[in-house]
Design a binder for this molecule. Structure first.
Ligand code: C2E
Ligand code: CA
Ligand code: CA
Ligand code: CA
Length: 276
């Protein structure tokens, strides 16, 4: 038995070492990707539920690995966050978002584009000013931009980032609380939340019509939006049934594979043009 336990211990150790090695490789490759412009953005349309009309886009980062395949952000954003690379990454994405927004504007498409921001960025001295100066330098009207920060991160750091979020709102840039419903906002915060949009988390949308709890949570978020003046958008809408349930509940906006997948900017532009 002692031998078996010993073996198991060795196996456990080896897999941890393996994980650390993989993480180390990933980090080095990510550093290189940032240097070599291997990160690019795709855009996913946000639509008005009833008409299907586009009302905006979300910029999502993609990593084109040296071996050609595309790596999704869930696989490297958390690593970038713990390794101190997230701010560089997010500013890189912001820069691309601004130039795409400029190009869309020049081609007559004036819809807001949102970009994701880690709360780590907003806590870093200088980040906020850098972000604002990039936005100002772009010459874009602030109404064409929106920052998304997840509810879980925003609530943990609320005291430290709410001033910045409020400043963005005052400047005219939208602030969207992402994955709303999963991050334990207190009601005290809701009443003066520095935000313009609540994004209902995909997990609730995917259980609509199957779980009474999901139903109640979606209803509650829609009512919070009404009561406190937030726009509400449902994310991850995949089925016609979900779309219909959301319309019945009075939800106005959505995002999800039912309408469009994230696309290269040129394709997103075409997508909007074909729908007007
Ligand atoms: P998120 O902000 O909640 O973004 C929505 C994610 O759901 C995206 O995954 C999108 O492709 C996916 N999605 C959209 N519609 C559907 C649907 O109908 N069904 C399903 N199953 N999925 C859908 P993605 O692009 O892999 O991004 C994952 C997460 O990575 C994002 O979640 C966001 O938190 C983070 N992220 C992405 N880009 C950036 C970035 O530039 N900076 C930072 N800090 N985080 C980012
Ligand atoms: Ca988001
Ligand atoms: Ca989300
Ligand atoms: Ca998410």
């Amino acid at each position: 038995a002692a031998k078996r336990n010993g073996l198991r211990f060795v196996e456990y150790d080896r897999s941890q070492e393996q994980q650390m090695r993989e993480r180390y490789i990933l980090l080095n490759e990510l550093r290189q990707a940032l240097q070599t412009d291997a990160l690019h953005i795709v855009l996913q349309p946000k639509v008005e539920l009833i008409s299907g009309r586009a009302v905006g886009f979300e910029a999502l980062v993609r990593w084109q690995h040296a071996d050609g395949h595309i790596i999704n952000p869930d696989q490297f954003i958390p690593v970038a966050e713990t390794a101190g690379l997230i701010s560089e990454l997010d500013l890189n994405v912001l820069g691309q978002t601004l130039s795409v927004a400029r190009s869309f504007q020049q081609q007559g498409i004036t819809l807001p584009i949102s970009f994701n921001t880690s709360s780590i960025d907003l806590l870093l001295p200088g980040y906020f000013d850098e972000m604002l100066s990039m936005i100002r330098a772009s010459g874009l009207p602030p109404e064409l931009l929106e920052l998304e920060v997840t509810e879980s991160q925003a609530m943990v750091e609320y005291r430290n980032i709410s001033l910045q979020l409020r400043q963005l709102l005052e400047y005219g840039i939208g602030v969207s609380i992402d994955d709303f419903g999963t991050g334990y906002s207190s009601l005290a915060h809701i009443t003066d939340l520095a935000a313009s949009v609540l994004k209902i988390d995909r997990t609730f949308i995917s259980r609509l019509g199957e779980s009474e709890n999901a139903d109640h949570i979606v209803d509650m978020i829609l009512r919070l939006g009404d009561r406190f003046g937030f726009q509400v958008i449902a994310e991850g809408v995949e089925t016609e049934q979900q779309r219909q349930l959301l319309i019945d509940k009075g939800c106005l906006y959505a995002q999800g594979y039912l309408f469009a997948r994230p696309m290269k900017p040129e394709q997103a532009l075409e997508w909007v043009r074909n729908r007007r």
